[in-house]
Design a protein around this ligand. Structure first.
Ligand code: XIL
Length: 357
């Protein structure tokens, strides 16, 4: 009897200790998630998500809800999904993500309105047959989409990837990767129209121009984007920030000092910078050394968020290596995110957590 009551007492004490070490949300105080730590610091930490996995894979939806406070639809707010035929709007997939965010008290970034890719055929043929029509097609798209999601999206990538890779100007109809949105490399009229329309419909949303290889001060493309943005700001175009996609390579990360310099010149223009599509791809085979180096790169980026008031958003392009776009688009590369394909946190996750603690 005596022995049994002693065991009972020990069990009671143990469970009291466990209750004491849990916070009100039911989480264990000793294992705060990325989301908990980011919330404490008013940082938006997010992931690009897929509506299908959110609905049908519990490990996916649980990881998203526990670890992130911000979502961006990876594909389903692009033109081909939202307006597949002229004036036929299909919001059902985007709504799945918006509803998930509402249920879990999360922010949403919208992606994207004016882009050369993932455009339906009808927009491309309208561009080639009747270019004069293009501005009203663009404005109608923005009118509908921003009205639908007004008040639910804190920032929009209004414009995506419009600067040529060599920095010589805007991607245009004659470019190697052509864009229907500019007649020539200096024609920014539709870009400006997009910002004006978006601002007229949702004046509270922060409006962004987003791109890749635009993060490093001194790089030709980064400098070109800066010049364009500076000119738009001084002309009064409603633009509030620049998205650095940051699809990086573990073997050749950018010069972080120059990334800071770039953030600072945008800060001087009164603009925010968001890290919108972070991933750090590793050339296979993936080794511990490479994973540790990847972790340093993730931490260096998060350190910039901590150091600059104008950078408040850190979004990874995906949740888990299981579903990342990287292996499909960059042969011989993998393992670019903070969670591996079994949803286990990688050194990159630990390095970001350590920094935020
Ligand atoms: C990618 C998606 O991840 C893929 O699933 C899709 O097939 C193609 O687009 N820059 C962007 C994103 O702005 O929209 C791209 O997303 C990745 C590069």
């Amino acid at each position: 009897m005596k022995k049994r009551s002693a065991i009972f007492m020990i069990n009671m004490l143990l469970s009291m200790f466990m209750i004491a070490s849990c916070d009100s949300s039911g989480g264990n105080t000793t294992t705060k998630t990325l989301r908990d730590l980011a919330d404490n610091k008013n940082i938006k930490v997010g992931a690009a998500v897929n509506d299908y996995y959110l609905s049908y894979e519990t490990a996916y939806s649980n990881t998203v809800a526990a670890e992130f406070n911000t979502l961006v639809p990876e594909n389903v707010m692009k033109w081909d999904t939202l307006e597949p035929a002229q004036n036929v709007f299909n919001y059902s997939k985007a709504d799945t993500i918006v509803q998930f965010a509402a249920n879990n008290n999360m922010y949403i970034r919208g992606h994207t309105l004016l882009w050369h890719a993932q455009l339906p055929g009808w927009v491309k043929s309208a561009a080639s047959t009747n270019r004069n029509n293009l501005q009203s097609i663009l404005e109608n798209h923005i009118q509908n989409v921003l009205t639908k999601y007004k008040g639910k999206i804190y920032a929009w990538d209004v414009v995506n990837e419009v600067v040529k890779d060599d920095g010589s100007g805007l991607r245009c109809t004659t470019d190697a990767t052509p864009s229907i949105w500019a007649k020539n490399s200096t024609d920014d009229s539709l870009i400006i129209a997009a910002f004006n329309k978006a601002h007229a419909v949702d004046p509270d949303a922060k409006l962004f121009i987003n791109d890749y290889s635009n993060e490093q001060y001194g790089n030709a493309k980064a400098n070109k984007l800066y010049q364009l943005v500076a000119a738009w700001v001084s002309a009064g175009v409603p633009i509030h920030g620049v998205g650095f996609q940051l699809h990086l390579l573990e073997e050749s990360p950018p010069d972080m000092q120059k990334v800071r310099q770039n953030i600072e010149r945008y800060q001087l223009l009164g603009l925010e910078v968001h890290f919108t599509e972070v991933d750090v791809r590793i050339k296979t085979p993936v080794t511990q050394t490479k994973l540790d180096h990847q972790a340093e790169i993730y931490a260096a980026l998060m350190q910039m968020v901590l150091d600059h008031y104008s950078v408040n958003t850190f979004i990874t392009w995906g949740v888990t290596d299981k579903y990342s776009w990287i292996p499909n688009y960059f042969a011989g590369y993998d393992s670019s995110l903070m969670f591996d394909s079994q949803y286990q946190p990688k050194p990159a996750y630990d390095s970001v957590i350590n920094l935020l603690q």
